[in-house]
Unconditional design. Sequence first.
Length: 315
Amino acid sequence: MNEAERLKVLEEKAAELRRLAEENGLDLSAEIAVLEQKIAELRRAIQEGLSPWGRVQLARRPDRPSGLPFVQALCDSFYELRGDRIVGDDPALRGGFAKLKGKRIAILFHQRGATPEEQRQARFGMASAQGYWKARRIMKVAARLRLPLLTLINTPGAYPGVQAEAHNIAGAIAACIWQMLQHPAPTLAVILGEGGSGGAVALAAADRVLILENATYSVISPEGAASILWKDAKFAEKAAENLKLTAQELLALGAVDEVIPEAPGGAHTDFQGTVEAVRGAVLRHLSELSALPLDELLRLRYKRYRHVGSAGGAD
């Protein structure tokens, strides 16, 4: 029996004990506590031994904390803006204004959908051109108000459809990057799941980039890289090993600034714990960035993106 099978058996035993305790009024708390401790230890062991491809699979879980439920749990309040005032609205990329522990911020986030219908409408978080034009619109309003900007990223990439190209999705992504680079207030990006290609970079040109422990961030999907390099998507696992897309590899490269720990087994096993971990990291970094004069903030931002990936850069 491998570790994954052992974990499943332990989880089933724990669930059965909880059912018996509830139905028969038995005090099985000590037995349940022992099992939960074993489950947590095994989940951590499995997580620490994950390959890059294993982390890709974990980052792609449909129940991974992200989207509107995550924003509503993270923030005190959220007021959504819709539409790009050019073509229409896009449910795959949403945003507006929020309060985070009493602090006013602008927020943008990918929405992958919880049900099959929502996932179809949101294209699993692949935003089209109007999503990124809408994002730029929100960024520009936030700039006028000098509001900090927070982005929450979970996308396989931008939508590659014909209509997206017709509405200049490449230009929309470039406009978002440029708008973030000149934003006159702190900017912070958090990669919650997949950080795929230009669809992620459009929201990640921030002063600080944080990433959850099992999230990924790459210029191309492993399947896409395998198709180009080996002419066969079945080499995706090999591609994942070479893309340096895991949180720890990205931290070593200097492409991200902090890895936010996840619960044993992954963020999906503890939604509220993930929310609290992200909130704590976000508030800490926003506090540090808000203490900087604007000219220093912009100087450091310029330095970062002149030397991104060089593990610290140069003055």
